[in-house]
Design a protein around this ligand. Structure first.
Ligand code: SAH
Ligand code: SF4
Ligand code: F3S
Length: 444
């Protein structure tokens, strides 16, 4: 038996996917995965650098884990993977001197060799080369007992939004071949997966051998046995009419769109280098809602960007009210090294004002969520069962096509991975509540 490894994942869905790639690479090399950190001999943490808080969280976590290696000695190799090593390896080396491996997101295929070298030489191994060709084309990620999986279709980003570190830590944008995406989806479906979530920082710029993202969606949807197809993230400047059409017409493509707008003021959008105006954004939303009336739209918002005035901020609230988001991820601006904003603008909105603005967007979103989600009351929705509810063991949790969470009573004849029809009775917070009406093999 090979040494046991344990991976903990922070950050976005792409990191979740990458950890599955790492698990696959290590298993192929003869290591054994453990889901219990106390049994692990190799400890990896896959990390995110998007905001300062994300970095602090990982460093604190690693301080907590230090004793597993330093005192107990059970862990022989401790490594930090992903975006933080790529962002700031010096800080990690200084603050966490017991770390043995630092690997950026483009070097996971070298991990088995790095582990070997580390065990042999007892020296720290580091590989932070950004490889613009790296797509892990031929590696099937390791997932277990899943009904819904992520499939990364492109890596990196070329957009250089002025606040964002992703282009620096993930490198240039590149699309994976259609063939390898299809192989992966078919393999997942043959293992019982019915829902696939295609991932990229800006999926609308997918392009491989002349195939664009809308066409890729149609192609993937042809995989027999696949029921639901999702994707993230769309960039408002690149979302095409063709894509909206595919969402409207292809029954496997779920009617949920994550379309981050970041800020409602044209001045701020310009400083952010987002490449669209509030008017562009609102007219896209209008068009999408017209063609797909039952769509759910979610978004990302940043408050407290440099020079954001009270008037600018009011415009953010205004876009929220006009767009009717199901949900928003609402962030306080965090200055990042390497970025255009850090080099050229002053982080001049006081902390208190930032916090106040965040509180206000959260409050507004709460009322918008209830309005949007509550519109499902009285309807029967098809739900993919994900798990037993966290709060109550006699309840199940699943999601509708719109990605809305539904909680309902557990019955003996249904299980995780099943599709059931649920009559929605009420909405509370971000969840819908209902009861199974007939255990239909729904069409989707
Ligand atoms: N590629 C995606 C987003 C990736 S990062 C897109 O363009 O939509 C996820 C979210 O984190 C962003 O949408 C943004 O809202 C937020 N974010 C990125 N950099 C940030 C920063 N420096 N401070 C605060 N929030 C940030
Ligand atoms: Fe960052 Fe902008 Fe790229 Fe999204 S599109 S990852 S926010 S640079
Ligand atoms: Fe974070 Fe890296 Fe994703 S910085 S948001 S884990 S691409």
């Amino acid at each position: 038996m090979g040494l046991k490894f344990y991976i903990e994942t922070f950050g976005c869905q792409m990191n979740v996917y990458d950890s599955e790639l790492v698990a696959s690479i290590l298993k192929t090399a003869g290591y054994e995965q453990s889901l219990n950190i106390h049994k692990a001999e190799i400890l990896f943490v896959n990390t995110c650098a998007i905001r300062e808080k994300a970095v602090e969280r990982v460093i604190n976590k690693m301080h907590q884990y230090a004793h597993l290696k330093v005192k107990k000695g059970k862990v022989k190799v401790a490594g930090i993977l992903g975006c933080i090593p790529q962002y700031s390896s010096d800080r990690l080396k200084k603050e966490l001197p017991f770390i043995d491996i630092l690997s950026g997101p483009d070097n996971y295929d070298k991990l088995p060799q790095m582990i070997n070298d580390c065990l042999k030489s007892k020296k720290m191994q580091e590989n932070l080369v950004l490889d613009k060709e790296q797509n892990y084309e031929d590696i099937l990620p390791f997932t277990e007992n899943k009904h819904s999986v992520f499939v990364t279709v492109m890596r990196g980003c070329n957009n250089y939004c002025s606040y964002c570190v992703v282009p620096y830590v993930r490198g240039r944008e590149r699309s994976r071949s259609v063939k390898s995406i299809l192989t992966e989806v078919k393999n997942a479906v043959s293992n019982g997966v019915t829902e696939v979530n295609l991932l990229g920082q800006n999926v609308n710029s997918y392009n491989s051998e002349g195939m664009n993202f809308a066409q890729l969606l149609n192609k993937v949807s042809e995989v027999e046995g696949l029921k639901r197809l999702r994707f993230a993230t769309s960039h408002p400047k690149d979302i095409s009419d063709e894509l909206i059409q595919v969402m409207a017409e292809n029954p496997k493509v779920c009617r949920h769109l994550h379309l981050p707008f970041q800020a409602g003021s044209n001045d701020v959008l310009k400083l952010m280098n987002r490449g669209y105006t509030r008017e562009d954004y609102l007219s896209k939303i209008e068009k999408i809602r017209k063609l797909i009336p039952d769509i759910a739209i979610t978004t990302d918002i940043i408050v407290g960007f440099p020079d954001e005035s009270d008037e600018d901020f009011e415009q953010t609230l205004d876009v929220m009210r006009r767009s009717g988001f199901d949900n928003s991820f609402m962030f306080i601006y965090s200055e990042r090294e390497l970025t255009h904003a850090k080099k050229n603008f002053k982080d001049n909105v006081p902390k208190k004002v930032k916090a106040e603005r965040q509180k206000r967007v959260i409050e507004l979103q709460k009322s918008l969520s209830i309005e949007q989600i509550g519109s499902d009351a009285g309807k029967t929705k098809e739900v993919l069962i994900e798990s037993v509810s966290k709060k109550r063991k006699n309840e199940l949790m699943g999601r509708t096509e719109q990605n809305r969470i539904v909680i309902f009573e557990r019955t003996n004849d249904v299980a995780e991975g099943d599709y059931v029809n649920v009559l929605i009775t009420r909405a509370e917070g971000l969840s819908l509540f209902g009861k199974i009406v007939n255990n239909g093999e729904g069409s989707k």
